[in-house]
Design a protein around this ligand. Structure first.
Ligand code: NA7
Length: 532
């Protein structure tokens, strides 16, 4: 079967890409999705406490006012079920399901240079071809289960949060060990602790967290969001990170210490990622950042009653928000429960997993269940799981051995007509994802439309453009404190053997949007367009 375009993935990115290519350009499109239904990341992410950290009035599509008027989430932060219901609504409204094949995983995609098309093969052996191949595989969809010796011997059950059983896990009466205290672990621990007999949290790196302050949305807020759709869209499309709040234009040094304290307290009470937006230099100036870091550490010490536990939780080794900043519901309070223990792996590292549980250097922790909240092989992982081959059989796995090289996170030199939605080198994980996704999908759609109009068959990023873009991605990260947290997954540091390259573009979604627009306006500068 031949298609004009094959899209891999049926989450936010894949659905909108299908809609744009099929209904706006009139192409024959097939979406291939490994999961059993829509949702992408949210199809798999169903762990206890799972919730989006973006606020629901911003975590959605903005391309249709009518769609926005039809659907509103019920809470400040949407949970996985509500996100899936929203995507189901979108799919029904635009009749998308008929072009999606579920339960089908793409194993390989090879560019056939002679025929000028992509040959796609699924794990089950299905084949098809396409002029354009678009990956909408998500940035955080390839689960990272660390290779800890002895896991195969463990007699209890273990789960990774990103591959959670759909039927849920019953923690009642169970001794649970949770490894990982990133955004996911911080969401999961309070909920697991409510029903488990005992929860042991294994912490390698202490983390900041600000209360999410989730709550049902008040009718007045919902009305306001409905009536201010255009204004909210204007904000998400013009801010650095695609969220529906602007970053304050003051520096920390512009205010007195008392004013600063009051600003942090107000942001703490308000809750959410907006804490980051209190001052414009929080992510660029070490001294400015230290004031936020101290404020947050003081909060941990004030909440957590046991001094040793409080100290281990507040002993944070990186600037605030230099790693992805979590938001929580009663995370630090959870350590005051009698059934919760913290193990500080910096002092007492894991030696191995045994049949009975986890053995650290100084003690044994008998467990019935281990929860791996250990994150993802971010950005490159989902792409490199597939055997992608470009011109002359060159392989993406080989080409990216030293780290990903892309032009704008949209294309890879040597791989004509392959587009990577929110790929490495784009703002992606540093943003409110649906807004970054819409920008990419619309840019790709316009690019393919341009090729069709001008009778061109292929578009391919040039090597020079990709090299220059890589330097810009590096430079943008170096200008921020994100560069200081070398052990973050932004660098790929969480996956053993992964090259240490800062992957997302940290220059801001607003700036990036203008760069992409300019490149298209200048006749797709840096791309080579060719006839068949
Ligand atoms: P993260 O942010 O990568 O967090 C993973 C956590 O697991 C983090 O605390 C890691 O510690 C810890 N980890 C990973 N491997 C190990 C081993 N081997 N031993 C002990 N601890 C380990 O993933 P999340 O799922 O929380 O969040 C991912 C994103 O999803 C999030 O940012 C949102 O955008 C949504 P480390 O910090 O590496 O020392």
């Amino acid at each position: 079967m031949h298609f004009d375009a094959v899209v891999i993935g049926a989450g936010f990115a894949g659905l909108y890409q299908l809609l744009c290519l099929r209904d706006r350009l009139g192409l024959k499109v097939q979406v291939i999705e490994a999961g059993g239904d829509l949702g992408g990341t949210w199809y798999w992410n169903r762990y206890p406490g799972a919730r989006c950290d973006s606020e629901s009035h911003a975590y959605r599509y903005f391309f249709s006012r009518e769609l926005a008027a039809e659907w509103q989430a019920s809470e400040r932060y949407p949970g996985p079920a509500e996100i899936r219901a929203y995507l189901d609504h979108v799919a029904r409204k635009f009749d998308l399901r008929r072009d999606i094949r579920f339960n089908t995983r793409v194993a390989a995609a090879h560019f056939d240079q002679a025929a000028g098309l992509w040959r796609i093969q699924t794990e089950a052996g299905g084949r098809c071809t396409a002029a354009f191949l678009i990956t909408a595989v998500g940035c955080l969809s390839s689960a990272n289960v660390p290779a800890i010796a002895g896991l195969a011997d463990f007699r209890g059950k273990w789960y990774h949060t990103g591959q959670w059983p759909h039927e849920g896990v019953d923690f009642r009466g169970k001794r649970v060990g949770q490894i990982g205290t990133g955004s996911t672990g911080i969401q999961a621990a309070p909920v697991i602790a409510q029903s488990a007999a005992h929860l042991t949290v294994f912490q390698r790196t202490a983390n900041y967290s600000v209360p999410a302050r989730n709550a049902p949305l008040a009718p007045e807020f919902k009305r306001w969001a409905r009536e201010h759709f255009e204004q909210i869209r204007e904000i998400v499309q013009s801010t650095l990170n695609g969220h529906a709040f602007r970053i304050e234009q003051r520096n920390v040094a512009d205010v007195t210490p008392a004013e600063r304290q009051a600003i942090y307290e107000a942001a703490w009470e308000k809750g959410g990622l907006q804490f980051r937006a209190t001052f414009k230099d929080l992510l660029t100036d070490r001294a400015a950042n230290a004031t936020a870091a101290e404020f947050l550490k003081a909060r941990i010490r004030a909440v957590v009653k046991d001094p040793a536990t409080a100290e281990a939780l507040a002993d944070i080794d990186h600037p605030y928000a230099a790693k992805r900043p979590p938001i929580d519901t009663d995370y630090f309070e959870t350590f005051n429960r009698p059934n919760v223990t913290l193990v500080n792996l910096r002092q007492d590292p894991i030696e191995c997993i045994t049949a009975q549980g986890i053995r650290t250097k100084s003690s044994r922790h008998p467990l019935d269940i281990i929860v791996f909240a250990t994150g993802f092989d971010a950005l490159t992982g989902p792409l490199l799981k597939m055997d992608i081959r470009g011109r002359g059989g060159r392989s993406l796995r080989e080409d990216w051995k030293g780290g990903p090289s892309t032009y704008l996170g949209l294309q890879v030199p040597g791989y004509p007509n392959l587009f990577t939605i929110t790929g490495p080198g784009s703002p992606s994980v540093l943003t409110n994802m649906p807004v970054a996704i819409e920008q990419h999908v619309e840019w790709i759609t316009e690019c393919i439309g341009h090729l069709r109009k001008t009778g061109m068959a292929t578009v391919e990023a040039s090597d020079t453009a990709a090299t220059a873009w890589g330097a810009q991605v590096d430079e943008a990260a170096r200008a921020t404190l994100l560069w200081d947290a070398k052990h973050s997954w932004y660098f790929g540091a969480n996956v053993a053997g992964k090259p240490q390259v800062f992957m997302p573009y940290a220059g801001g979604l607003n700036k990036y949007r203008k760069i992409c627009q300019g490149i298209a306006a200048r006749g797709y500068e840096g791309f080579v367009l060719a006839r068949a």
